[in-house]
Design a binder for this molecule. Structure first.
Ligand code: AMP
Length: 412
């Protein structure tokens, strides 16, 4: 089925064409008709599935012509995600006369106030800054007809649900509400009951299945050799772009420093950095000036960074959902990618939790020709040994495949 069969407006279809989209993704196929009908929709889907277009295309069609007050409000958990979604909607709307703006914290108010004053149709916002604008009277939500709560589980994790509720209370009751979330924990269920009317659920794949195009590998390693192994991996992998995930801001800074010393072009993304530093890092990574982005979970949540060929988990995430979010950076919208996880002895229980969560055993491999020190992890799963894991591959395999080559890393 092509986009032209949905009944989207010609200007919106031109926008889709200019984006180079040919076939709708599964969530677009299922959500667009429901949203065009005016239904409330719960999209149980991760980023990378095409959910932005799934809600934006039908709503831009419904908005038709420019009017001065926001009629579509999209709430996002992070500034980066807000900026990214605004850019996508602006792209879809480029052949319409609809105006799109974004407000988020960490930057001045001046430009945002000017945009709000000029009048706009679509407002993308993070909850805190939007509440500030509402408090100052620089923005009103009384004309909102369509409300999107994006990455609702992330907003919950970040403690934004009370703010989200206050914002919803300022929107008219008569509206269409859409909620997107990779998981639906009980608090989100309660929000759904309160904020939505007879919602239709569009579930894409099993909620817990990571993108099927991603190859997962675990590299067991002694703690003292973690950084050496990371450097060796980067040296041997034929990558286009890599995100290295760390658990803490401090850890991210340390790893970035180390990689810089080894002549990698590195950008860092974490919440202690200023907004302009974060934007600079993201832009540089997108444009290929940096080949490696070192990031923490909060900073990287939901970011749409195109063509990430590899994700390396320098630290094993403590929440299994973060694993899914991290590897969602690669293998997006059917590109393929690899996800490598460095694992030290203390990580065993977190790795087990991840494997249970994704219902999949992740193969353990050793990097060829790396001067390993012994770690008890290499004995794991050998027949006759105490079993740490159930099912799947046994022992640690030496790894020669995937995108490894004996030579040097590909240079840009
Ligand atoms: P999202 O899940 O909305 O963050 O989208 C993930 C990525 O998929 C973005 O880079 C989109 O531009 C891209 N995308 C969305 N829909 C399509 C489509 N129908 N065909 C190709 N790419 C798409």
């Amino acid at each position: 089925m092509a986009f032209s069969k949905f009944g989207l407006s010609p200007a919106v279809l031109d926008g889709v064409k200019a984006m180079g989209y040919v076939d709708p993704t599964p969530i677009q196929l299922r959500a667009i008709p429901l949203i065009l009908e005016g239904q409330d929709v719960i999209g149980s889907a991760q980023t990378g599935t095409g959910k932005t277009a799934a809600f934006a295309l039908p709503i831009l069609t419904k908005l038709e012509r420019h009017q001065p007050s926001p009629r579509l409000l999209v709430l996002e958990p992070t500034r980066e995600l807000a900026a990214q979604v605004e850019t996508a909607i602006r792209d879809f709307a480029r052949f319409t006369d609809l105006r799109v703006a974004v407000v988020f914290g960490g930057v001045g108010y001046g430009r945002q106030m000017d945009e709000l004053k000029r009048g706009l149709d679509v407002l993308v916002a993070t909850p805190g800054r939007l509440l500030d604008h509402l408090g100052r009277g620089t923005c009103r939500l009384d004309q909102v007809q369509h409300l999107v709560l994006d990455e609702a589980d992330r907003m919950l994790d970040m403690g934004f649900l009370p703010d989200v509720k206050r914002i919803i209370e300022k929107c008219p009751r008569q509206r269409q509400t859409m909620l997107f979330s990779a998981t639906i924990p009980p608090q989100i269920e309660t929000l759904i009951q309160w904020a939505m009317k007879n919602p239709q659920t569009v579930e894409i794949g099993a909620r817990r299945t990571p993108a099927e195009t991603v190859k997962h590998v675990i590299y067991p390693v002694a703690d003292a050799q973690k950084t050496d192994l990371l450097l060796a991996l980067l040296d041997r992998v034929h990558y286009d772009s890599v995100i290295v995930f760390c658990r803490t801001k401090h850890g991210a800074d340390r790893v970035a420093h180390l990689l810089k010393r080894s002549n990698h072009a590195v950008a860092v993304l974490h919440s202690n950095r200023t907004q302009s530093e974060r934007e600079h890092a993201l832009r540089g990574f997108r444009e290929g000036r940096y080949e490696v982005l070192v990031a923490t979970d909060i900073a990287a949540r939901g970011l749409d960074i195109a063509d990430v060929s590899h994700v390396i988990n320098y630290d094993v995430p403590h929440h299994p959902e973060d694993y899914i979010h991290r590897i969602g950076r690669t293998g997006r919208a059917a590109a393929t990618g690899d996800a490598f996880t460095l694992m030290v002895a203390e990580d065993s229980k977190h790795v087990m939790a991840i494997e249970r969560f994704i219902s999949q055993k992740i193969p353990r491999v050793k990097l060829e020709n790396f001067d390993y020190r012994y770690t008890a992890l290499f004995e794991e799963d050998k027949p006759g040994q105490p079993r740490g894991y159930s099912g799947g591959a046994r022992g640690v395999r030496v790894h020669g495949g995937y995108h490894f080559a004996p030579g040097r890393r590909r240079r840009r």
